[in-house]
Design a protein around this ligand. Structure first.
Ligand code: HEC
Length: 472
């Protein structure tokens, strides 16, 4: 006995872990006034578990992945087909990412609902907001690493939006792509961000976040009519905790272990059931007609493209998200006192419902987006157009072959990403149409280096006449 205990004592004494563990003793959420444990408070732990799982599966993926444009795509195929359990591990990483995003959002909503960001926990919230954005950063950078058409174009479009930020936009866009276009450098940079920089930032911030959680203690459930007053809060909190505390070990930890375990089991089971996100075809950077289908957790942003009113792109795609981020950051600084109970904060609850509703709505719009280019669209035939005029038929061919039809409808045939062009001649003159095609605008790609002058002429002629034609 003695012999066994000695080395344990030795390690305990020299590493001092008892002193380290002790403050965590009261870390468990205090009981409610009815003596029940607080199940609303388990999501943070679920995030931690899913993050650890991401680290584990990420390491396996990274050891088999080659971050170079020539080999990235093949190395993912290799992981999927050849590496032992590779397919399942990819699936776990993909579903784990989804789980992490969902849990982070739920956790943020819960903290907002219980107003736990108020005094003295302002920095818990601020570090949490940064973690939320870092999580989205991981989601965005991860997609590019697949180096398929979806991932690459998702980033091209993101950089395109970033480019619209006033003053610094172009620099941000260049920084995101590590150059003027997506290239090998972009991939190396995203790899470094996804594998080193962002995870290290996340680990450090989780450390700060958890330290603050233990330092200030977990907020008690809000009680209506008990507003937070910085003068007296700490005192009252101490008294509350003395009455309702639960030792972390062994009572407090069970809820959290149970939930954390559940998260892992669900992720692994879904990984087996669903599998990883399928690889799209490899990217073809000269194929301007290809459009991204981003992963679901950021598709809300891309959906903004299709629902924003014309002419307000900058406001919706740049200022709104940035404004929202800044608002979240300063929220606890402008509202760190007062009532915490939801029933006493009607405007906060309405605001939250609107944000959650918008997020769900935009995600649904994004997933079913009619604006996803329609690659199946058939070229318009002479019979459909009701003309035998060879130059017009040639124009129709170019319109289809150069991918215009993926995004534009003519007489009901084609994709809906861009405006219907059937009656474009009533809106624009030939000169304007030509300029639009050559220079592009917004999400209309510039065709300067892609089309010959002859092809542009054919398109303009075709677009000028097409309204007059009588399709069957
Ligand atoms: C990736 C999808 C996409 C492709 C491919 C595409 N366009 Fe567009 N196009 C758009 C979008 C989106 C707009 C609206 C841009 C804006 O005003 O913000 C647009 C606008 C236009 C307009 C102006 C219409 C108006 O009412 O303002 C013309 C003309 C046009 N495109 C012609 C073409 C032609 C010709 C081609 C093929 C060479 C083409 N487009 C290929 C997406 C596309």
């Amino acid at each position: 006995m003695n012999r066994l205990r000695r080395p344990v004592e030795f390690v305990k004494d020299r590493l001092g872990w008892e002193a380290m563990i002790k403050p965590i003793d009261h870390y468990a959420p205090p009981e409610t006034t009815e003596g029940k444990s607080q199940w609303a408070y388990i999501f943070g732990f679920g995030i931690l578990f899913s993050f650890l799982l991401q680290v584990a599966t990420g390491i396996v993926l990274a050891t088999n992945y080659v971050p170079s444009p020539d080999s990235a795509y093949q190395s993912i195929q290799y992981i999927t087909d050849e590496v032992r359990f590779g397919n399942t591990i990819r699936a776990m990483h993909w579903i784990g990412a989804s789980a992490m995003v969902i849990l982070v959002l739920i956790h943020a909503c819960r903290v907002f609902l219980t107003a736990s960001y108020k005094y003295p926990r302002e920095f818990n919230w601020i570090s949490g907001v940064v973690l939320l954005y870092l999580t989205f950063g991981m989601a965005l950078t991860g997609q590019l690493l697949r180096w398929d058409q979806h991932g690459v174009w998702t980033v091209v479009v993101a950089a395109n939006f970033a480019g619209r930020v006033p003053f610094v936009g172009e620099h941000i866009a260049e920084f995101i792509m590590a150059g003027e276009t997506v290239s090998g450098e972009t991939l190396t940079q995203f790899y470094a961000l996804h594998v080193f920089i962002l995870p290290i930032a996340i680990v450090l911030l989780i450390g700060l976040h958890l330290f603050l959680v233990t330092y200030h203690g977990i907020s008690e459930l809000p009680r209506a009519g008990k507003p937070v007053d910085p003068e007296t809060y700490k005192q009252e909190y101490q008294e509350y905790v003395e009455k309702h505390k639960r030792p972390y070990w062994p009572k407090g930890i069970w809820n959290e272990l149970f939930f954390g375990g559940l998260v892992v089991i669900v992720i692994v089971s879904l990984a087996f059931l669903i599998g990883p996100r399928e690889l799209a075809p490899p990217p073809d950077l000269t194929d301007l007609s290809a459009q991204p289908q981003p992963d679901w957790f950021i598709i809300w942003y891309y959906a903004l493209i299709s629902v924003k009113p014309h002419g307000y792109e900058e406001f919706f795609l740049v200022y709104l998200p940035i404004g929202f981020f800044l608002f979240l950051l300063i929220l606890p600084l402008i509202a760190n006192r007062g009532e915490r109970h939801p029933s006493k904060r009607p405007f906060a609850i309405i605001g939250l419902s609107v944000v959650v509703g918008l997020f769900i709505m935009l995600t649904v719009v994004g997933l079913r987006a009619p604006w996803v280019p329609d690659y199946e669209t058939e070229p318009l035939q002479a019979a459909e157009l009701g003309t035998e005029e060879p130059r017009l038929l040639e124009g129709a061919m170019v319109f289809h072959e150069r991918g215009c039809q993926y995004c534009h409808q003519i007489h009901g045939e084609g994709g809906e990403w861009g405006p219907d062009l059937t009656d474009v001649s009533s809106r624009m003159g030939s000169e304007q149409i030509a300029v639009r095609i050559v220079q592009g605008i917004g999400n209309m790609p510039a065709y300067q280096d892609i089309l010959t002058t002859e092809e542009v002429d054919l398109l303009v002629e075709f677009l000028n006449e097409v309204d007059e034609l009588e399709p069957d």
